[in-house]
Design a protein around this ligand. Sequence first.
Ligand code: PLP
Length: 447
Amino acid sequence: FLEAGMTAEEIVALCRQYTIYEWSAQGMVDPIPVVRAKGVYFWDARGRRYLDFNSQLMNVNIGHGDERVIRAIQEQAARLPYVNPFMATEPRARLGRMLAEIAPGDLKKVFFTLGGADANENAIKIARLYTGRHKIIARYRSYHGATAGAITLTGDPRRWPAEPGIPGVIHVMDPYRYRCRWCMREERCTLDCLNHVEDVIQFEGPHTIAAVFIETVTGTNGIIIPPDGYLEGLRMLCDRYGILLICDEVMSGFGRTGEWFAVNHWKVVPDLMTVAKGLTSGYLPLGAVLISERIAEFFRDRPFPGGLTYNSHPLCLAAAIATLQVYQEDRLIENARRMGEILARELARLKERHPSVGDVRSIGLFGVVELVKNRETREPLVPFNAQPREMGIMNRLKEFFLQNGLYTFIRWNTFFTNPPLCIREEELMEGLEIIDRGLEITDDAVA
Ligand code: PLP
């Protein structure tokens, strides 16, 4: 109760009084006063334990409180916490080599940033400079970060307050079968979606388009998993028109989908790939742009167009090295795959039992439950971009989860199942059992 030196109420009151909470009307935030975390659990200042079914922001992939990472940060802090990014350091040397080893294909060079958004900003700049073109094709159901370029790439409503944004970004539709208006014909679906992208390329002028920029598996916009053939098709389209394929693996990277990177499922190699989140599992901030050898070569005789005071920050890189070692030592990617099979099976069971469940989607430990009023019409339980006053039933579900010790991320008519990759079967089942009971609340609202 006195662990943090303040009561739970004091922590919450001061945080609300003096700090701004992101994406929220400040009068409505009700944060959990967290004081410690270990493995798949965290505890609040009232001593209540929560199973973390969202790995915080889909980033604490290795789990909380890992002593190996904490020690690596402490040792690096004692040795050399910071030098400027023009220096060479041992963490930079080691992490650069490790990433080249695990990255797909020829993504052998890395530029470090502090998170996902600034990785995407740099990817935009690199693509424009390399191709000499300015337009970028992104998708509507996407989130790429909150800085100027990244929020313009973003297709979801978080983009609206930042408009008009940077010039030259065009959005296309996503391969989202559950709510596709064009085709419900499985066998033609992928082709129709790719034809749509190609039509847009034609109308925009292929010679003006620098990149197609996608989340390999869409994250906060609903775990949209590309059907087989889609990524391969995009790769072909990009090659046909000299356009770069940029995959944002900020959320889907580092084991989340049961592979090091989501692109590995389809054996597609993008020209640039952005990462963050799971790279350090949140122990310190770090992002990166992984760059193909061909593009890196372009900057041999030309200045690279980016810089940050905290590029290649030794503390963050030391945290990343230790994090990558944990993935390997604890075989977390294999675990994500194994637990992912159980998650998929159990999500399918939830769908069978609960009429409010319209769709479930998952790949590895990256999963979502989509709630509807009516399975036939697929009308969402609360509308797209639901405002706080429309979130009543979802708030009741969230409250039930929290009361029963389960934390996860709820967005409009969806909620996520993205636990840390170190989760064990009994912990996974503990969370799914709470969800099973909670869905009785939403079943009552089914028409
Ligand atoms: N890209 C994707 C796919 C994300 O999910 C996020 C964050 O949620 C970002 C980029 C932005 O990363 P950051 O918040 O580290 O800037």
